[in-house]
Design a protein around this ligand. Structure first.
Ligand SMILES: NC(=O)c1ccc[n+]([C@@H]2O[C@H](COP(=O)([O-])OP(=O)(O)OC[C@H]3O[C@@H](n4cnc5c(N)ncnc54)[C@H](OP(=O)(O)O)[C@@H]3O)[C@@H](O)[C@H]2O)c1
Length: 327
């Protein structure tokens, strides 16, 4: 299990922006289970964070000083600013890898419901899961940042949606705020028996954030032509052996089903379309989204651990400053 002693707090002089760069004040930091993989020395979709480097993380920041033609002091931007108070952004591309924060949305939303997790939910449900009206959809990690949005997008498509989450607080949120058709507390209930009861015609789509035992319970109950969207497998992220392999995959053959992994990064060309739709759904109150906002950069390691202890409801964020400049 990753722990607080894996990190240390260091101070260093403020960096000077070079030509084409901007100095930013980091305001909100995003915490994502994928970061656990980034500190593992093994091949992945991004290089590992080296020992002694600043921990990589997405953030929302305000530009303090700019030597970039398209960035001005006061602008709000998202980018990979890491676990640090100040960062340099820019360099390459139109905004040098930074994206402007839309003017009329709260500063935290581009890290959550309009950011990586909301987008993952969108493409996972619609493109990979191909959820259709009347189908039965199961989502694990359902009260987390990705799962909570995924389960509601499936509900908007007209599916009957069952969310699996840990603990009564999260299950109550899924029933009352996310308005799901059924909820299973995997920490206190017999998941297999509950899935059988709640999905009498079998499971058409499984949006899997967790892997391991829950994946097997679902595989045992898939319907003919089912789709399993493999989004993540957090149950194995702190296990050197990785997640427990599925046993019931023979059902993929018997039920002519498919199980497919995906990375949200592959959908960059469609992010704008998805963000607009997500924003519309939030404004129409079709999607409820929760944020768990911790405070203070010194609490970054502790905030990271919340993901693996199941302490977060919705998107895990850390607020490290208020905007220093007037918009
Ligand atoms: N494929 C992609 O492009 C992509 C992009 C973003 C995220 N993801 C994946 O999506 C998943 C969710 O990410 P997120 O950012 O939205 O995090 P999150 O769901 O907001 O937070 C993680 C949650 O996972 C649950 N969890 C932790 N350890 C667990 C365990 N051993 N067994 C079962 N559940 C456990 C906890 O909820 P409970 O209290 O309910 O246990 C915890 O709150 C992760 O697997 C992540 O890697 C994939």
């Amino acid at each position: 299990m990753v722990n607080e002693r894996n990190f240390e707090l260091r101070e260093s002089p403020l960096p000077e922006p070079a030509e084409g760069q901007a100095l930013v004040r980091n305001l909100f930091v995003s915490f994502d289970p994928a970061m656990r993989g980034w500190i593992e020395d093994r091949p992945s979709y991004v290089p590992p964070v080296a020992i002694g480097e600043v921990m990589r993380a997405q953030g929302v920041a305000q530009v303090l000083e700019s030597r970039h033609p398209d960035l001005s002091p006061g602008d709000f931007v998202t980018g990979t600013f890491g676990w640090q108070d100040y960062a340099l952004g820019g360099g390459r591309g139109p905004l040098g890898g930074l994206a402007p924060v839309p003017k009329d949305v709260p500063l935290s939303w581009p890290l959550g419901v309009l950011g990586g997790t909301g987008l993952t939910a969108y493409f996972g449900v619609l493109d990979v899961g191909e959820v259709a009206r009347g189908e039965t959809v199961v989502v694990s990690g359902a009260a987390g940042a990705t799962g909570s949005v995924a389960s509601q997008i499936a509900r908007i498509q007209g599916a009957s949606v069952i969310g699996i989450a840990g603990g009564e607080r999260k299950c109550a949120w899924l029933r009352e705020q996310a308005r799901l058709d059924g909820v299973i507390d995997y920490k206190s209930e017999d998941v297999g028996a509950r899935l059988t009861a709640l999905c009498p015609k079998g499971i058409d789509v499984y949006f899997d954030n967790v892997g391991g035992e829950l994946l097997d319970q679902v595989l045992a109950r898939i319907a003919e032509g089912a789709r399993i969207a493999l989004c993540g497998a957090i149950s194995g992220y702190n296990d050197p052996a990785g997640p427990r392999p599925p046993r019931n995959y023979l059902n993929l053959i018997l039920r002519r089903a498919r199980m497919e992994g995906f990375l949200v990064l592959d959908y960059v060309a469609r992010f704008a379309e998805a963000q607009q739709q997500l924003l519309d759904w939030v404004r129409e109150e079709q999607i409820a989204h929760a944020e768990d906002v911790q405070q203070g950069l010194e609490n970054a390691p502790r905030t990271f651990l919340r993901l693996f202890r199941g302490e977060n409801l919705g998107k895990q964020l850390l607020k490290i400053a208020d905007p220093p400049l007037d918009g």
